[in-house]
Design a protein around this ligand. Structure first.
Ligand SMILES: [Zn+2]
Length: 132
């Protein structure tokens, strides 16, 4: 199962306010709670989390039609991590729900037909082997 480790070379790196212990992803340079009083540091968060809430998007914006309908979830990352918004992939409809354990995965999110530019973004998939 070595390939699983290599796939995790992408880390969830954001920022963290040491004063109020709040994580941010995407990273923020100023804590909205503490403002100038906050102490922002770079931090690598857990790649695991739990779905807090989700919605199924059936009418996506231009360029994203291919994957529709898809599920967009807010995931609370483990170990005091941030709430992260991302698409849920590789998940059966019956399994999808609040409290589902998921892990991050980095997938192609957009392809520019003319230029051939491919962008990768953070997505979530159900955890299959959490104890590995
Ligand atoms: Zn703060």
């Amino acid at each position: 199962m070595l390939w699983r480790r290599f796939r995790n070379k992408y880390h969830l790196i954001g920022t963290y306010c040491e004063k109020c212990k709040t994580g941010f992803y995407p990273p923020r340079e100023v804590c909205p709670e503490c403002r100038r009083g906050g102490k922002i540091v770079e931090k690598q968060f857990s790649n695991y989390g739990e779905i807090v809430t989700y919605t199924v998007v059936s009418a996506p914006p231009a360029g994203f039609e291919k994957g529709a309908p898809y599920a967009l979830a807010i995931v609370k990352m483990d170990d005091n991590g941030p709430n992260v918004v991302g698409q849920v992939v590789d998940c059966d409809d019956e399994k999808l729900g609040m409290g589902l354990r998921v892990e991050t995965t980095f997938r192609k999110i957009y392809e520019d037909g003319k230029e051939g530019i491919v962008q990768y973004g953070l997505k979530f998939m159900p955890i299959t082997h959490e104890n590995l």
